[in-house]
Design a protein around this ligand. Sequence first.
Ligand code: AQP
Length: 329
Amino acid sequence: MINNKKTIFSGVQPSGILHIGNYLGAIVQWVEMQNQYNCIFCVVDYHAITVKQDPKKFSQQILDVVKIYLASGINPDKSIIFQQSDISAHTELAWILNCVAYMTDLNRMTQFKEKAEKNKETVSVGLYDYPVLMAADILLYNTDIVPVGEDQAQHVELARTLAQRFNNQFGETFKIPEVMIKKIGARIMGLDDPTKKMSKSATSVANYIALTDDPIVATKKITRAVTDSGSEIKYDKKAKPAISNLLTIYSLLSNKSIEELEIKYQDKGYGVFKKDLAEIVGNFLSQFQKKYYSFKDNDIREILQQGSKLVEPIAFKALKNVKEKLGLL
Ligand code: AQP
């Protein structure tokens, strides 16, 4: 990519059904960035296998993530979309960065602690090492900005630490990337528990609105979503975490500010508010799914192949440079 634009890099794991948290927290901002930046969007399949995946479903899940990208408005003529495991430079650089990362760096990662808690006996080394692979993903492409949801901010910070440490030890090599987090919606919370983030791997389907949920099912999930004590529709993350979360979703899907919504619902109770939000969510999903189901698997495979061809020379050039710095070449 020979131009003066900055480069952004981000990705999604094909680890299950994507939810409106992935969409509102991360993917939406990518769409807006396509005209201003060189955009590279990865399907991070090697990250997904850090926990168990069903091999019979996995290749379809990879294609489905790309369909979500396209239905969200990512344009493959403007942005590069590719599959992480197609480019072996990612895992090669991850190994090298493993030798730069300290155990103490990784021991601080809160996402690992949370995920490992669920499966103490069988947690994989890959899950522990996930942030180093993510650093490799980012650093291979001279990335300026990494737009992600709040849960990934600590991992981007680690990528910065590793890049700086490598540069200090072996000379200027990596650009230091910046994290970009949305002001509103960077952490959409679970509908069944507003103290925890909405998550693909949640044990209950009541936790999330999947982008592929039947709109009728989704409207029921909203009407059944946990609320706070009292009846006032007010944004207050501490006192009213559930209503604040629903207000955030409403605001982002309707393009109305939270203040506007507070005024609109000031004399109305939770019932009216949730009924309106359910309708907004249902309409959004209907529109989204019309696009999502229109894409053909073969066209998606072609987009991924094109993407790999474009990123391959960039990634291997960066890897060669790193190997030279280490004295491997
Ligand atoms: N609840 C969320 N609110 C806002 N943004 C979110 N993201 C994830 N959950 C929320 C952002 O979505 C992007 C892709 O996420 P990922 O595929 O890398 O998975 P994750 O961050 O580990 O979260 P998930 O989707 O809940 O997956 P599981 O359950 O498999 O861990 C990222 O930018 C992420 O920040």
